[in-house]
Design a binder for this molecule. Structure first.
Ligand code: NAG
Ligand code: NAG
Length: 426
């Protein structure tokens, strides 16, 4: 996961020459099919409404601290483990740009480009550099640099290749999509041993936006996280929209998926903390409240625990606040009765409100020492001005980002049951 805000800045640097030398002169690798042969067999489009693709997710909030998804790319397709990040747009894989200038060892061999560079004049290249003047110094290539909130970065060049997508309707598609061939990576603080990043943000350069342009599915992305995995999906075919609580995407934190401002509810009662700007960030394992709301939350939890058989476990360094019981806890279900549910209440247009409920499982973990720890942290400490709903609080829910309708939705779900079709979702 890309850490806190997952904020991405796309910059242009002086890396052009390097690629001019490396990638364009790369020997073409033996491929059973040339990229340009199959580009003409790209789907002419299906009805994008109701069309979806579902990817199983692996990982957890604790102890791994991240989730990952397998994507199959290339001809023949090869697997890559990618870090799903709703805080950034560009998908990239570590790439053998003859050779890779700076790659870390991932679970799979580096992606090999095969003369499949995206040219500078391609609209996708412009989309990637939206806010800047991009001069095509090297018209045959499109350079990128993404930097993440955790100080990691990837520098590379856009390439286009086939992705294997099994649609929920049983069809298999091989759309050609642009992604980053990253030949210079600096892992950030939240680094995990993976092959690259799957950018799920709002921008035009995402995989899902490209699938939408090819009329394969609607520009909708969602996830359903569980204690041991879950699934990620593209398209609008795996949920029943009438059972989803929808709230408009806010423009205030425009680089993030934000449902706007919320009131913080503890145990069904208001805490007096209103107008908290909220950001949903799959790139953050834990949730974060600003200092005042965090202080109020800690006081309320502490008050609730007085007289209960739980004692603060200061020796447990897993997270800032942990408690021990008479015996080590094995499961959150052993201890959840001592904690109250919390909720965020969004003023959703005129007179209507929508609630994002967080049960104790959505803010507690059981540490490896068998103590129970708070998975909501002090956002002011990490220098953010907004509040983050991280993976821990999005578990056991479908969270849906509809980039066409500009709505964010959520619905209770069993995330370990991977849907095959709409009728399969409970
Ligand atoms: C897609 O479906 C095919 C055939 O059912 C299967 O062999 C393959 O593993 C699936 N690929 C992915 C990426 O899910
Ligand atoms: C949160 O972090 C800020 C900045 O480090 C600090 O001043 C504040 O006391 C912290 N709040 C709590 C409740 O720990």
């Amino acid at each position: 996961m890309k850490g806190f805000g997952g904020k991405v800045v796309v910059l242009l640097l002086f890396v052009v020459v390097f690629l001019g030398l490396c990638v364009s002169s790369a020997p073409s690798h033996a491929q059973p099919q040339k990229w340009w042969q199959s580009i003409f067999s790209v789907s002419s489009g299906v009805n994008p409404i109701g069309s979806s693709v579902v990817f199983p997710l692996h990982g957890d909030v604790y102890p791994s601290g991240f989730y990952y998804v397998e994507l199959n790319i290339g001809q023949p397709p090869k697997p890559y483990f990618l870090d799903p990040d709703t805080g950034s747009d560009l998908t990239w894989v570590q790439c053998d740009a003859t050779p890779c200038y700076k790659c870390t060892k991932g679970p799979h061999p580096l992606y090999k480009p095969n003369n499949n560079l995206v040219i500078c004049r391609d609209p996708l290249c412009a989309a990637l550099h939206s806010s800047e003047e991009y001069n095509c110094d090297y018209p045959d290539q499109c350079d990128y640099e993404v930097t993440y909130a955790d100080n990691g970065y990837s520098i590379g060049v856009l390439v286009k290749d086939a992705f294997v997508l099994n649609l929920t309707n049983g069809e298999q598609h091989h759309p050609h999509l642009a992604f980053g061939c990253g030949y210079n990576q600096q892992p950030g603080a939240s680094y995990h041993l993976l092959d690259g990043v799957l950018g799920l943000g709002k921008g035009k350069s995402t995989i899902i936006s490209q699938l939408n342009t090819q009329r394969l599915m609607r520009n909708v992305v969602g996830h359903c996280l569980s204690e041991r995995g879950g699934f990620l999906f593209f398209g609008d075919g795996v949920y029943d929209t009438s059972r989803v609580v929808w709230t408009p995407m806010s423009r205030d934190y425009s680089e993030h998926y934000s449902p706007g401002f919320a009131e913080f509810i503890f145990g069904g009662k208001t805490t007096g903390h209103k107008n908290l700007p909220i950001v949903f960030d799959s790139g953050s394992s834990y949730s974060y409240l600003n200092s005042q709301a965090y202080q109020a939350f800690i006081s309320l939890v502490t008050k609730e625990l007085s007289g209960k058989p739980l004692e603060e476990a200061e020796e447990d360094q897993t997270l800032p606040f942990c408690w021990k019981g008479k015996k080590p806890f094995k499961n959150i279900r052993n201890v959840r009765r001592y904690f109250k549910p919390i909720a965020l209440s969004f003023a959703n247009g005129w007179k209507s409100k929508s609630h994002f409920e967080i049960p104790p499982e959505g803010y507690l973990i059981i540490s490896s020492n068998g103590n129970v720890c708070l998975g909501i942290l002090n956002g002011t400490e990490i220098g953010i001005t907004y509040n983050i709903i991280g993976d821990i609080s999005m578990q056991d829910k479908m969270v849906i980002y509809d980039n066409e309708k500009q709505m964010i939705g959520w619905a209770a779900a069993s995330c370990d049951r991977i849907p095959k079709s709409k009728t399969d979702v409970d």
